[in-house]
Design a protein around this ligand. Structure first.
Ligand SMILES: [Zn+2]
Length: 443
């Protein structure tokens, strides 16, 4: 290398290093498909994990499953100097609440909280589900291994805890097993209430529900595609906010959508071999998932899941019929794919938990002017900000400009009408908050 080239080489290295964090690549490689396989095997081995199933046995039923999950989190905590606060969170759901609750039942969630150093009350949640079902949603005795739905998501949350508990973060991360999903999203409702009552500031819920199937009912096989579902705007928005959207935009820029874009972006940067699909809807057509109760409570939340579902392998009694093997069995799960989607979660959570809080009171101006102006409240702990913009038809924040420690900026020569805009806070380690869409206009 000549004297001339060496400084150039160094400069390029510094630029690359400024945009990526080597620890994120470590996290990707530390996620183990072997441990995930062992966990899914154990969970499927409880026979049924139906919400109304046996709670006394230590080998069969949801009681055995949740005690095993808690015990795993406890072990992980022991290995990180008791860095996790592990507990059951429970609510009594009364018989007849809906037609799937055929007896009074305690819906019991298992939570493991890794407290953030700097912002302990800001929480990022990765959830999977404990419970399973077969063809009849009220059948709590027959086998329903639920290997993909949703031992895969649960195993992902356990494995993310093993990997991320070796690191220290600025915000808190919660690894969560939710129950009562198949009976009507009861575990998510209960935990969202618990978070509200305790004044948690939830900055993102990553609900993982079915992250292990790569062979679709449509014949497509892909171990790279996956979907990120997000609702367009929060159901809690006010009439005034709704009215505003008509004139200032934001129909596709709610808080959950920004979280979805965040996961899309971190995947594209650190796992370019993957194909994340932003799906512009709350969930699959007419179907439900455990991010919804968090959305209902006003929190940003998304569903991460496989791209190609196989309906003969979910919510089915185990059987052969017309040459088709029905049932959510262990052998249909692709553990390497679960590992990949677990990594997708882990790196997005790590990045978010290392980032400063997103800016508040982001406002935009520039009506009938040749330039756009943005201003926001300064963020303590931010080194700078990234102004993002995109074509109005683009799903992703395609253009950006880094600005150092200021709290307003004019984008010269860019006309407000032709793009959407947002602002993210950037930490000294270059990790970014989610992008905030302006909530106010100024002249
Ligand atoms: Zn299900």
């Amino acid at each position: 290398m000549t004297k001339l080239f060496f400084p150039l080489f160094l400069t390029i290295c510094l630029i690359v290093n400024a945009q990526t964090d080597a620890r994120i690549y470590d996290i990707i490689s530390e996620v183990s498909s072997e441990r995930i396989k062992a966990d899914i095997t154990t969970l499927a081995g409880f026979g049924t994990r139906h919400t109304l199933s046996d709670t006394i046995s230590n080998i069969r039923g949801i009681g055995a499953a949740r005690r095993w999950i808690k015990n795993e989190f406890d072990k992980i905590s022991t290995n990180c100097n008791n860095c996790l606060d592990v507990f059951f969170q429970r609510d009594l759901v009364k018989k007849g609440t809906n037609n799937r609750i055929t007896q009074d039942v305690w819906v019991v969630n298992v939570a493991a909280v890794q407290k953030g150093r700097r912002y302990p009350n800001r929480y990022i949640i990765m959830s999977g589900d404990i419970d399973s079902r077969n063809s009849d949603p009220t059948n709590f005795t027959d086998d329903s291994p639920g290997a993909n739905d949703n031992a895969s998501g649960m195993a992902g949350a356990l494995e993310a805890a093993r990997v991320l508990s070796k690191y220290s973060f600025e915000s808190s991360i919660v690894y969560l097993g939710l129950s009562g999903e198949e009976q009507g999203l009861f575990g998510g409702k209960g935990f969202a209430n618990y978070a509200k009552e305790n004044g948690w500031e939830i900055i993102g819920v990553f609900n993982n529900d079915m992250i292990g199937n790569i062979t679709g009912v449509d014949g497509v096989v892909s171990n790279r595609d996956f979907r990120i579902f997000s609702e367009p705007v929060p159901p809690t928005e006010t009439e005034r906010q709704r009215g505003r959207r008509r004139f200032y935009g934001g129909e596709v820029d709610g808080i959950s959508r920004q979280l979805a874009r965040y996961v899309h972006k971190t995947t594209k940067i650190y796992m370019p071999e993957m194909n994340p699909m932003l799906i512009y809807r709350l969930d699959r057509f007419g179907r439900g998932g455990h991010h919804r109760p968090f959305n209902d409570a006003g929190f940003p939340g998304i569903r991460i899941m496989e791209a190609h579902e196989n309906y003969t392998q979910q919510h089915q009694d185990i059987r052969f019929e017309n040459g088709i093997e029905y049932g959510d069995r262990l052998k249909f799960v692709n553990f390497d794919y679960v590992k990949k989607l677990t990594s997708v979660n882990a790196i997005a959570m790590a990045s978010l938990a290392w980032a400063p809080p997103a800016p508040n009171n982001v406002a935009i101006g520039g009506i009938v002017e040749p330039s756009v102006k943005l201003k926001w409240d300064p963020v303590v702990g931010a080194n700078g900000y990234k102004i993002y913009w995109r074509d109005t038809t683009s799903p992703t924040w395609d253009y950006s400009k880094y600005v150092s420690d200021i709290s307003e900026y004019t984008l010269e020569g860019i006309v407000i009408d032709n793009y959407f805009f947002g602002v993210a806070a950037v930490g000294e380690n270059m990790h970014e908050s989610v992008v905030v869409f302006p909530g106010a206009a100024f002249r």
